[in-house]
Design a protein around this ligand. Structure first.
Ligand SMILES: [Zn+2]
Length: 123
């Protein structure tokens, strides 16, 4: 009796048995299909799930970028405080505040007033 079995379309000889038939959907007409073995199935899944590139996570800002946003705000408004700058930039208030403290230490900003009412302007 003749036995028909599916073999992996991607394997070179000797071809392994296919464990699954994959179809490329989403286009008109007949979807192309591939019969693949377990090893090739895993390789294809990896193509669909590329590993994230190393580096800072999206949305991560460097100190320099934060400083630049603060300076832009202060130049535009004449002065600024952490809360309105946070609201305008979408950067968390504590991040702004610590950056402004560093900028003050670096003599880039001067503080007017005290406590919650304190504002900062360009030195
Ligand atoms: Zn294979």
């Amino acid at each position: 009796m003749k036995e028909t079995r599916l073999v992996c379309d991607l394997c070179t000889e000797p071809r392994r048995d296919a464990v699954v038939t994959l179809a490329l959907n989403g286009q008109k007409g007949v979807a192309p299909t591939l019969d693949v073995c377990e090893g090739h199935r895993l390789k294809l899944i990896r193509i669909f799930n590329p590993k994230k590139k190393p580096g800072p996570a999206p949305g991560t800002r460097t100190d320099q970028q934060i400083e630049q946003r603060i300076m832009t705000f202060i130049e535009k408004h004449g002065s600024g405080a952490p809360t309105p700058i946070s609201l305008a930039t979408g950067i968390p208030r504590w991040t702004i505040q610590s950056a402004m403290l560093k900028m003050r230490e670096a003599k880039k900003l001067v503080r007017d007033g005290r406590g919650k009412g304190a504002t900062y302007r360009k030195a």
